[in-house]
Design a protein around this ligand. Structure first.
Ligand code: NAD
Length: 318
């Protein structure tokens, strides 16, 4: 299979590429612009690992640069194209909403326009943030969408644009509503990497809303296995799927668990307006489609992630 990934040196993009490259029959083409929202050194480290594989092809391209992106796609043909390039993060959308509109909307439209004739099947990252604040747990894909921040609004718009793209071109396209993905090569702006950093450096760990948040943490190893299976399915319409473990856990429970074995400083503070209190998705729809059964237990996922963090001395580069 020839697979094209945008945002390939990002957290999910890297893990997906690394997994797919194990199959020598796959050819993975990836682009990224090395956006500096978080450590570029970390992104370069991820790229250096991917570059060791002969079936990996990388180009530095900004998806907002239509001309360059179009020139790159040129005569290439892909079985799969997946858009993972985005301005991620809920809280930063309070600071720089313009960037979300540019990358997540303009960039996504470029992705579809440039690849329309070159790709058999399309996939794109949506987010659990499309749901907003809710109480009807576990949330299934039919739930009303009521995003609480500009990030979630751009992801909801992606889904509307994808629906329109399907109707106009009759091309299969799948939206992936990821729920708090964590794991090896994770993002320094997310909970677990912040926690690991404070364990290692003794810097204060700030915990929002006094730890009273529940998150449906989903291990990146499960995400990439789900995507690999999904890529093999025939698709002929626009569908969205929750990609989640259906096992929410309280942030403070995790912090208290770590307190038992580690000496680190925690400062609790009030809620950030962009955050939702709880995420908890139903994964029935995706499990039924793929016959995917076993999610990694959070204890095992966190153990793997911490080992990776310490072994690679990630605190020094992020
Ligand atoms: N990680 C999660 O928990 C999570 C949850 C919900 C949704 N998502 C979505 O999944 C996707 C991947 O998330 P991630 O966690 O890997 O984030 P990430 O920030 O690690 O990866 C995104 C990558 O896109 C690149 N990028 C940004 N702007 C670009 C541009 N204009 N052109 C080319 N590349 C660009 C960045 O350099 C980065 O490497 C994003 O769409 C994100 O919104 C992630």
């Amino acid at each position: 299979m020839k697979i094209f990934i945008t945002g390939v040196v990002g957290f999910i993009g890297y893990n997906l590429a690394e997994h797919l490259l194990k199959n020598k029959k796959n050819k993975v083409y990836g682009i990224d612009c090395f956006d500096d929202y978080y450590s570029v050194k970390l992104k370069k480290k991820r790229l250096n690992i991917l570059k060791k594989k002969k079936n990996f092809y990388f180009s530095k391209i900004d998806i907002c640069d239509y001309k360059k992106f179009k020139k790159y796609a040129g005569e290439k043909k892909f079985d799969i194209s997946i858009n993972l390039a985005a301005q991620a993060g809920v809280r930063y959308s309070l600071v720089n909403p313009q960037k979300y509109l540019k990358v997540n909307i303009l960039g996504f439209i470029n992705f579809l326009k440039v690849l329309k004739k070159n790709t058999k099947k399309f996939y794109y990252a949506s987010s659990s943030s499309v749901y907003g604040e809710s109480s009807n747990f576990p949330l299934n894909e039919k739930e009303k969408l009521n995003p609480k921040n500009v990030y979630g609004i751009t992801k909801k718009l992606n889904e509307i644009i994808a629906e329109d793209f399907f109707k106009k071109n009759n091309t299969g396209i799948i939206g992936l509503r990821f729920f708090t993905v964590y794991g090896e090569w994770g993002r320094p702006d997310m909970f677990f990497l912040k926690l690991f950093k404070s364990l290692k450096t003794k810097e204060v760990m700030f915990v929002n809303n006094f730890g009273n948040h529940d998150r449906d943490f989903t291990y990146v190893g499960d995400v990439v296995r789900i995507l690999e299976k999904l890529f093999k399915k025939n698709i002929n319409k626009h569908e969205v799927y929750n990609i989640c473990s259906n096992s929410p856990i309280s942030i403070d429970n995790i912090v208290q668990d770590f307190k038992k074995n580690w000496n680190f400083k925690v400062k609790y503070r009030s809620m950030v307006k962009a955050d939702v209190l709880k995420t908890h998705g139903s994964n029935k729809k995706i499990l039924k489609l793929l016959n995917f059964k076993k999610f990694t237990h959070i204890d095992e996922g966190v153990k793997n992630s911490l080992n990776w963090y310490l072994k690679n001395k990630i605190h020094k580069i992020s």
